[in-house]
Write a protein that binds this ligand. Structure first.
Ligand code: NAD
Ligand code: MG
Length: 399
């Protein structure tokens, strides 16, 4: 790796993307922005390009690419603007980039993230959906290319920090009994169950501790986020679903814990700010300033824990079932959830319809073997089609 790391930020206009650029800008002697991608917020992408002067930018389609190319050239920049999935894959695997921040939301991030893995890049993985969809294939590709995979999800980054360096020997051999995955419980942790069907997208996106994109905010409110994270943890740390326990911890100060056979429990703590895991993964195995304030334990004062209520959060048990079933089940769970969240955000279905839609798709569609990326994409498409049928039957009723 060159002394100056050249970083590609996929999903630069999003919440993780912007936090990444904030950390990078604090260390111009270590990092250079190589490429930035955005999808809908073109003006924001343009402003980020003017600030960070990347070699490449990637937009959604040819019209937006032409527009951005013109604007950047008029401003005297030599940035080349590409578009679409091919453009994303090209910058992710480009020989001149060392590190790729995978921060596109949802299944759209799978192809470029895998392209970066296959090219042996250092991967900073925020896009959990990519790993959930393609788990075994993704991890095989990491092993084959020798790519360094560092988790950005705060929980997985915490677990990574609490595990010994040789954890890839297996959790048993390094003395791990359980992984304790913490969850805030989201904005509806204490909302009376009868009121859940009437909650609005605005309420669902108002997370008590974290400021995030809308999709992951809804996932946090339904606890599907924790379900996806359970599957993510199984792949990252080669754990069985039964070795991962979810713990509600409303303060979001402990980001996760590892329980060892000798009774030791190691935890990673910090203020809830994604710049900490981002800075950790960027600099690992070194440490750099992230801009996050020091944790004030006296201000935190107390830490609470409780088991999750599976009746309140059915997405959690659906995820556990998909994790146990393996093969195409996690990809179908993820796809059905993406359709459900989009329909909820568009106010076509109720919040409580999200797990109903997902359960229906998983019950209807057979779990098939996954041996290739085509198998993953076929499972994704089948689940989206089944979710579409569910919406045709039940959406817009009484909304
Ligand atoms: P966001 O909605 O704020 O940003 C998403 C980014 O993806 C944007 O740059 C958008 O332009 C891009 N994008 C969206 N659809 C696209 C498509 N079809 N093709 C190409 N680009 C597309 O989301 P976020 O909160 O930054 O989350 C990004 C990822 O990180 C998600 O997978 C999320 O689960 C994960 N993550 C986020 C947080 C957080 O605190 N925000 C924490 C842990 C993990
Ligand atoms: Mg998380």
């Amino acid at each position: 790796m060159s002394p100056l790391q050249r970083v590609t930020v996929l999903g630069a206009t999003g919440s993780i993307g912007r936090s990444t650029l904030d950390v990078l800008a604090r260390h111009p002697q270590r990092y250079q922005v190589f490429a930035l991608s955005g999808f809908t917020r073109l003006a924001e992408l343009e402003a980020l390009c003017l600030l960070h002067r990347p070699s490449y930018a990637v937009t959604a389609d040819s019209a937006s690419a032409r527009h951005l190319q013109g604007a950047l050239h008029s401003a005297g920049l030599t940035t080349r603007v590409l578009f679409g999935s091919d453009g994303l894959c090209e910058v992710a695997a480009h020989p001149q980039t060392d590190t790729v921040m995978a921060a596109i939301v949802g299944a759209a991030g799978l192809a470029p993230t895998l392209a970066a893995v296959t090219a042996g890049k250092r991967i900073l993985l925020a896009n959990k959906e990519a790993l959930v969809m393609s788990g075994a294939l993704f991890m095989q590709a990491v092993r084959k290319s020798g790519s360094v995979l560092l988790p950005i999800d705060s929980e997985h980054n915490a677990i990574f920090q609490c595990l010994p360096g040789d954890y890839s020997r297996g959790l048993g051999p390094v003395g791990v009994r359980r992984i304790l995955l913490t969850a805030s419980g989201g904005p509806f942790r204490e909302t009376p169950l009868a009121e859940l069907s009437a909650v609005t997208p605005g309420q669902a996106c108002a997370h008590p501790n974290w400021s995030m994109g809308r999709k992951i905010s809804v996932d946090s409110a339904s606890m599907m986020n924790k379900g996806l994270e359970l599957i993510e943890a199984c792949w990252l740390f080669d754990a069985r679903p039964s070795q991962v326990e979810v713990v509600i911890h409303p303060q979001s100060v402990i980001h996760s814990l590892v329980d060892y056979v000798d009774g030791s429990v190691l935890a990673q703590l910090g203020n809830p700010d994604m710049r900490t895991p981002i800075a950790h993964a960027l600099a690992w195995p070194e440490r750099i300033d992230s801009g996050v304030a020091a944790l004030d334990l006296f201000k935190v004062a107390r830490l609470d824990f409780q088991p999750p209520d599976e009746q309140r959060f059915p997405c959690l048990s659906l995820s556990r079932q998909a994790a146990e079933a393996g093969n195409s089940a996690p990809a179908m769970l993820n796809a059905a959830n993406e359709v459900a969240v989009e329909a909820f955000l568009a106010q076509r279905i109720r919040f409580t319809d999200i797990p109903l839609l997902i359960a229906d798709v998983l019950n209807r569609e057979q779990t098939l073997k996954v041996e290739s990326l085509d198998d993953v994409m076929a499972a994704d498409q089948r689940a989206r089609a089944a979710a579409g049928l569910w919406l045709n039957r039940y959406a817009d009723q009484g909304m």
